[in-house]
Design a protein around this ligand. Structure first.
Ligand SMILES: N[C@@H](CCC(=O)N[C@@H](CS)C(=O)NCC(=O)O)C(=O)O
Length: 237
């Protein structure tokens, strides 16, 4: 049975997972989730992913969300010896570290600064900008101190897929990266040396850039994060 990937065409986590499918040449059915229409907000979708987030993998009824878990699953199941997710414990540990760094520190800062203002009408603030610069500084440090061609090893790994697709959000809003020369070098090298993966990332980046110019109106969606929706505050009593 062909695996299905529920993905959104401009979502960095979805794009990173698609790069794994493509790089490992794994057949799959891509199901485009319409974020603007709120297709991921339904009770039906929540059965696959109670977080109501995209992407979700459906491997014959085995549902898996969280892009990192999906990428690791695909590599472990279909290409256990591929350098995309190295087996050597020390190398794998660095890949895992970079994946955690991306989710908890790098993409979280980028998403709050780039994506939330586009999709949920929040303001870009000094604080959100400082967090992005802080994250870029740390990535610059990892690239300098690691001394590897890519973010974790001298090969492209799933950590690069996560970090590159986060970085497209910065390019989409014309963020000035000039004070981060190693980030630029790594980002440009990825584009040059991985043209098929870059086609996937670039298409998403172009969509984000369009939304940056013309933000969508999501007020119809009754989304929990929309500014018009009142927060339910629990007092704990
Ligand atoms: N930690 C999740 C994050 C996924 C995520 O943020 N997806 C966004 C789309 S890019 C989403 O589904 N957001 C749901 C929403 O804002 O309604 C992962 O890595 O898969």
């Amino acid at each position: 049975m062909t695996m299905k990937l529920y993905a959104v065409s401009d979502g960095p986590p979805s794009l990173a997972v698609r790069m794994v499918f493509q790089t490992l040449n794994i057949p799959y059915e891509l199901i485009d989730v319409d974020f603007i229409a709120g297709e991921h907000m339904t009770a039906e979708y929540a059965k696959m992913n109670p977080q109501k987030e995209i992407p979700v993998l459906d491997d014959a009824g085995f549902y898996l969300s969280e892009s990192i878990a999906i990428m690791q699953y695909l590599c472990d199941k279909y290409a256990p010896n591929n350098p995309l997710y190295p087996r050597d414990p020390a190398k794998r540990a660095i890949v895992n570290h970079r994946l955690c760094f991306n989710m908890a520190f790098y993409y979280s800062a980028i998403s709050a600064h780039c994506m939330a203002p586009i999709f949920f009408d929040y303001q870009r603030t000094d604080m959100s900008l400082k967090k992005v610069n802080n994250a870029l500084n740390v990535l610059e440090t990892y690239l300098r101190e690691g001394g590897t061609k890519y973010a974790a090893t001298d090969n492209v790994t799933i950590a690069d897929f996560a970090l590159i697709t986060a970085t497209i959000c910065l390019e989409a809003i014309n963020f000035d990266l000039s004070t981060y020369p190693l980030v630029i070098k790594w980002y440009e090298r990825f584009k040059q040396e991985n043209p098929d993966s870059w086609i996937i990332a670039n298409a998403g980046m172009q969509e984000i850039a369009q939304f940056e110019k013309n933000p969508p109106d999501l007020s119809h969606m009754n989304h929990p994060f929309h500014p018009t929706r009142k927060a339910k505050v629990s007092t704990g009593v």
